[in-house]
Design a protein around this ligand. Structure first.
Ligand SMILES: *Cc1c(COP(=O)(O)O)cnc(C)c1O
Length: 403
């Protein structure tokens, strides 16, 4: 049994009551193989050497930890930004895809499939497939294909096949369904690179470990800059929860560090157009694990809404469901409007154009005084700036008139 309360799931992949592996029989061999091999492979010396080298020379790590002075002044905290927006391909997603493709190669796989929402995970996957010379199919909702055209072009140029998901709301949830369906049809030679801390065990744990480089670096960098490796609070936006898991990971077992996750409230948590899973969800099974899911009383998944394609997901990783239920984490929500406003504010104060997803985390700065107990003014806060805003410029241009 693990002595870690939050960081590691049990041997069946459960964080508290959430997690597990609910998969069709056709995927059993693949998932079992992954489960029995992933830790051995990930912590093998050769693997670590190759992984760390690529993170450094290809991704551009370590990413800076930047004290945002003007933003700090505005809110009365010492706000540091962990600059995942400066990673190759523009977001934190590449940390995980580099890790998983190295793992897939060691498992003898020859083909990769992936799902994508905003297209960031699709681009990150297509990128590592080009790097390793592997075939790549990316499933993407038709609606997302329309609103994330630049990322679709990138995937095409990188040699990936972008396959439109035409069911349901034609967004991330549906792309995930279709990717899983495709995996069932060709399971043995194909590895499915899931883009967040969701899916059947061991995916949530594996992805959290690959992304934990974010908090590992943060501890070191904060120590170098302040003489203290522990901030008072760490905060990140949550779609499925991978950048948040990476930002929280090495602070989860530190009781003095407050954990804040920010979900997308869309038009408002109770508007019917929202993706605030912990506020609206109930325990259920989605995409292979038990977690909190937005659903009707008879278990139909409710279509989520967010202005940002990367947060437009009706579930949340089991680690986060557990953080919510155990109250280790505080879960806030920011609306489309608030995220847009925060994106313009960060741009004007710091000269950094954030991804719309990351802007939700910035937006929550305005809620901390009211929503987080015992947080002093002047506290040290680290926000994961999960990605850059290039892909969202159209949305920003349309909003520009009002700001
Ligand atoms: C995909 C994405 C997210 C949401 O995914 P998580 O798994 O919750 O991190 C957040 N920010 C950016 C920039 C993304 O690309």
């Amino acid at each position: 049994m693990s002595t870690k309360l939050y960081q590691e799931p049990d041997q069946y992949g459960y964080y508290g009551e959430f997690g597990g592996a609910f998969i069709p029989e056709m995927l059993f061999r693949n998932v079992e193989q992954l489960k029995s091999e992933y830790l051995k492979i990930m912590y093998d010396q050769d693997f670590q050497q190759e992984f760390q080298q690529l993170l450094k020379d290809y991704v551009g790590r370590p990413t800076p930890l930047y004290l945002a002075k003007r933003l700090s002044e505005r809110y009365g905290f010492n706000v540091y930004l962990k600059r995942e927006d400066l990673c190759h391909t523009g977001a934190h997603k590449i940390n995980n895809t580099i890790g998983q493709i190295l793992l897939a190669r060691r498992l003898g796989k020859t083909k990769i499939i992936a799902e994508t929402g905003a297209g960031q995970h699709g681009v990150a996957t297509a990128t590592v497939c080009a790097l390793m010379g592997m075939e790549c199919d990316v499933y993407m909702g038709e609606v997302d294909i329309a609103r994330q055209a630049p990322n679709v072009a990138r995937m095409n140029m990188l040699g990936a096949k972008v396959i439109p998901a035409t069911s349901g709301s034609k967004t991330l949830k549906d792309a995930t369904n279709e990717a899983i369906r495709a995996w069932i049809n060709e399971p043995l030679e194909t590895h499915y690179i899931i883009g967040s801390v969701v899916g059947p065990h061991p995916y949530p744990d594996m992805v959290a470990r690959f992304q934990s480089i974010i908090s590992e670096e943060t501890r070191k960098q904060l120590f170098e800059q302040t003489g203290n490796s522990l901030p008072d609070l760490v905060m990140a936006c949550v779609g499925g929860g991978s950048n948040a898991a990476g930002m929280f990971y090495h602070f989860l077992e530190e009781p003095t560090v407050k954990i804040v996750a920010v979900e997308a409230a869309g038009h408002g948590v109770n508007s019917g157009l929202s993706a605030a899973t912990t506020q609206l969800g109930a325990p259920g099974i989605l995409h292979g694990s038990k977690s909190l899911v937005m659903q009707t009383s008879d278990g139909q998944v409710i279509e989520p809404h967010s202005i940002s394609a990367g947060l437009d997901y009706p579930g949340i990783g089991p680690l986060h469901a557990h953080l919510f239920q155990s109250k280790r984490g505080t879960f806030l929500a920011a609306t489309d409007e608030e995220a847009l406003k925060a994106a313009f504010e960060l741009t004007k104060l710091e000269g950094i154009i954030p991804a719309l997803e990351s802007a939700h985390a910035i937006a929550a700065l305005a809620q901390l005084d009211a929503k987080v107990k015992d947080l002093q003014k002047g506290a040290t806060i680290v926000i994961c700036l999960s990605g850059r805003g290039d892909k969202d410029l159209n949305t920003y241009m349309n909003a520009l008139k009002s700001y």
